[in-house]
Design a protein around this ligand. Sequence first.
Ligand code: NAD
Ligand code: ZN
Length: 251
Amino acid sequence: MSSDCDIVAQWLSEARSAVTFTGAGISTESGIPDFRSPGGVWSRTQPVYYDDFLNSADSRLEYWRQKSESHVDFSDASPNIAHQALARWEAGRQMRGIITQNIDGLHQIAGSQSVLELHGTAREIGCLDCNSRFDADLMVTQFNETGEVPVCPHCSGLLKHATISFGQSLDETVLREAIGWCRDADLFLAMGSSLVVQPAAGLPTLARESGARLVIINREPTPLDHIADMVLHAGIGETIAAIEKAMIGAS
Ligand code: NAD
Ligand code: ZN
């Protein structure tokens, strides 16, 4: 694996507009379960669809119950070696930014500033009527204490985590910017994503078709492995550490 990491380090040092794409797999080493691995979220709960959230008080209660359960995973988690290395690469100008499917906010906590959150953030709650934002910790604590689904203190509107639920459209502005980054990218590193959820899974393909080198780092095979210039089937932390070590060694 180390010679493969040397090659990726070389590509990264040559890149002018590298983009990283991250999925839940980058945060498993921070203790946050992913969705599709054994023991992942989908083996335990059924998600609440957006329409059901809008139309049924029971669904809203179930949504808040699930979200307060998973909130503990987020609030206790810290960035790991991979989040930290990506933040350093942005500061060192090797990286234009990160497009993430994650909702855990760990890239920003690690210090990354250029982050496009395709699926929003679980660290905030949004009012669906007046768009006010609230800190998720406070609202979740309130829900845990009262067992009642909170409503917007400003307009009594429905409150939901600022994440994209199943059946809800992505934010057009964020998606458009992500597409622009993919078109301009000369190196695209996809890591910790099963690359099966659309439209996010289409972004590595777009970058590759627009001329970027595509590197996939994932423990398991993905449907896009056959179009990648390099596939590393390994843990993300150890792989990123090896790439960073090779970059430092070569400089
Ligand atoms: P996924 O669960 O579908 O896939 C994760 C992939 O990462 C799997 O293929 C797994 O083999 C791999 N993986 C896990 N840990 C790894 C490690 N340490 N090293 C290397 N590979 C590892 O995740 P996804 O593709 O991001 O899609 C699921 C959706 O779930 C996303 O839309 C995201 O919004 C949401 N989600 C987010 C979080 C989070 O924010 N941390 C957690 C769970 C789910
Ligand atoms: Zn409101």
